[in-house]
Write a protein that binds this ligand. Structure first.
Ligand code: C2O
Ligand code: CU
Length: 505
């Protein structure tokens, strides 16, 4: 139902409608998936989003059990956990006001957005308790599923865990024209995946195990533990965001293959049929599942993932959600054979690479006792600029790590994966990315072997501070900049120092 301009709210009271008696009985122990409210920019090009209030909340991950949490609300809609899904169009200019009603400083980073450093929301852009961050954000990039989350220095893991995160969707002419499932919450379903630990009273707890990263034993989608998702018997699009601190998910359905249509930064050239899809923390994938032959049936969304016990070497298979296929019929949607207005021509791009005269190398490093984490032996330092990058120039970055289990993320751009382990990447990694995992697959971690990846990056926005925007062309002094970050998106690794910063000038 539309409540007021730019806000639509999809409740879950209808989640049992269209289900058979057997289905209702089978899901009695599951909780209906909650769909975050949608804030979208309507027809105008310039739009002021409703003010976002970050606050401490009480949230029920399990019905009837309240837990301390963080939520991001508007005056029209209360979110007891996470924030609303924000949906904008390419070409828009969006005004945001973000108010911190918590008692701790936060920042609000837009993960995956190609925006100038002064809008990026990294660790330098604190919103202190009671303060408001006002920005005006131009959207230049193609359709993609991105997200936003806290990025406070040393506190990101905890603050994201408790709920400071949300989905950010960009649409464009192409995405509207493809005929893909696009009814938010109905056949275009946001899946914000997180693992949690709860105490007996249902309180979420943040506890770093001996491995120094957080891994929970309960899987939540959009802040609902043990959920069921009621879907129509047709094509359904899931926008999957791994918002977990450290846990990878190799996702699959027990009874069907599916299609990957988009990675972090936009659509793939064409759909890729797979049985499983690996999603590391920080990554997004859009998938299409055809449920048309499953009317009245049930399926499981499962994942192969890390064991919760850090000393257990074996990967485990877990249930993420129960899928119930209802009996509604929707207008027909299609899965087009080619997904992009302009295809990503990797050969063309790589052929021009000889003029990419800059290459940089980043080694993700962990000390033996896990106490020190760094990149190129340098722990993150707010006052130190690690790299200076020229605007608009392609560069090749090589990322390596000796001990696996990292995922490298770069702010302010989407990149192309040129090589993974010295080989051409799989088809699902041939689109635009902003986060890439090393090793390339769950379970592939041989001791003593370097995991390597080569990416092609290019930045189209600078990192100047607003007050210095005018009249400077090439000044690279840090005082004139609000830098971008690159880091491991295992949030505890990031907080421990596996992060660097760079300016673009
Ligand atoms: Cu998802 Cu530097 O962040
Ligand atoms: Cu890491």
């Amino acid at each position: 139902a539309l409540t007021s301009a730019g806000i639509s709210v999809i409740g879950h009271s209808k989640s049992l409608e269209g289900l058979t008696y057997q289905q209702k009985k089978a899901i009695a122990d599951y909780n209906p998936l909650c769909i975050p409210p949608l804030l979208y920019s309507p027809y105008t090009k310039r739009y002021r989003m409703p003010t976002l209030y970050i606050q401490d909340t009480q949230h029920e991950f399990y019905p009837g059990k309240k837990s301390y949490a963080t939520g991001i609300s508007t005056l029209q809609h209360h979110c007891s956990y996470l924030g609303p899904t924000i949906k904008v169009k390419r070409g828009d200019v969006i005004d945001f006001s973000i108010v911190n009603l918590r008692s701790e400083p936060v920042t609000n980073h837009w993960h995956g957005l190609h925006i100038p450093g002064r809008l990026d929301g990294g660790p330098h852009q604190m919103i202190h308790p009671g303060e408001t961050w006002n920005i005006s954000m131009p959207i230049h990039q193609e359709a993609a599923t991105c997200w936003y989350h806290d990025h406070t220095c040393g506190k990101t893991a905890e603050q994201v865990y408790f709920g400071h995160a949300g989905m950010f969707i960009i649409e464009d002419k192409n995405s509207y024209s493809l005929g893909l499932p696009d009814i938010y919450g109905v056949n275009d379903i946001p899946i914000v995946l997180q693992d949690k630990l709860f105490d007996d009273t249902g309180q979420q707890i943040y506890d770093r195990k001996p491995s120094r990263v957080f891994v929970g034993d309960t899987y939540c989608i959009n802040g609902v533990a043990n959920s069921f998702i009621s879907v129509m018997p047709g094509l359904v699009r899931f926008r999957i965001l791994n918002a977990s601190n450290a846990r990878p998910y190799n996702l699959f359905f027990n009874d069907t293959t599916f299609y990957v249509i988009a990675s972090d930064g936009g659509f793939l050239n064409k759909p890729v049929q797979v049985e499983k899809i690996l999603v590391l923390p920080g990554e997004r994938v859009e998938i299409i599942v055809d449920f048309s032959k499953f009317r009245g049936d049930m399926l499981d969304m499962k994942a192969i993932t890390l064991p919760s016990d850090p000393f257990d070497p074996d990967y485990i298979t877990v249930n993420i959600a129960k899928i119930v296929v209802n009996s509604y019929q929707l207008k027909e949607t299609i899965l087009a054979n080619s997904l992009r207005a302009s295809t990503i021509q990797r050969d063309l791009i790589t052929n021009t690479l000889s003029d990419a005269d800059v290459s940089r190398s980043f080694e993700l490093m962990v000390d033996d006792d896990l106490s020190k984490m760094s990149i190129n032996n340098k722990e993150f330092d707010m006052k130190f600029i690690n790299e200076e990058v020229k605007i608009g120039m392609p560069e090749i970055w090589e990322i390596k790590s000796l001990k696996g289990g990292h995922n490298f993320h770069v702010h302010g751009c989407s990149f192309l994966v040129l090589e993974l382990y010295g080989e051409e990447p799989d088809n699902i990694l041939k689109g635009w990315k902003d986060t890439i995992s090393l090793p390339k697959r769950v379970g592939e971690m041989n001791e003593g072997e370097y995991h390597t990846c080569k990416i092609l990056v290019k930045f189209n926005h600078n990192t100047y501070r607003k007050e210095y925007m005018k009249n400077i062309e090439s000044r690279s002094d840090i005082n004139y900049h609000i830098p971008y970050m690159y880091h491991c998106h295992v949030l505890e690794h990031e907080d421990k120092g596996m992060m660097g910063q760079f300016i673009v000038y």
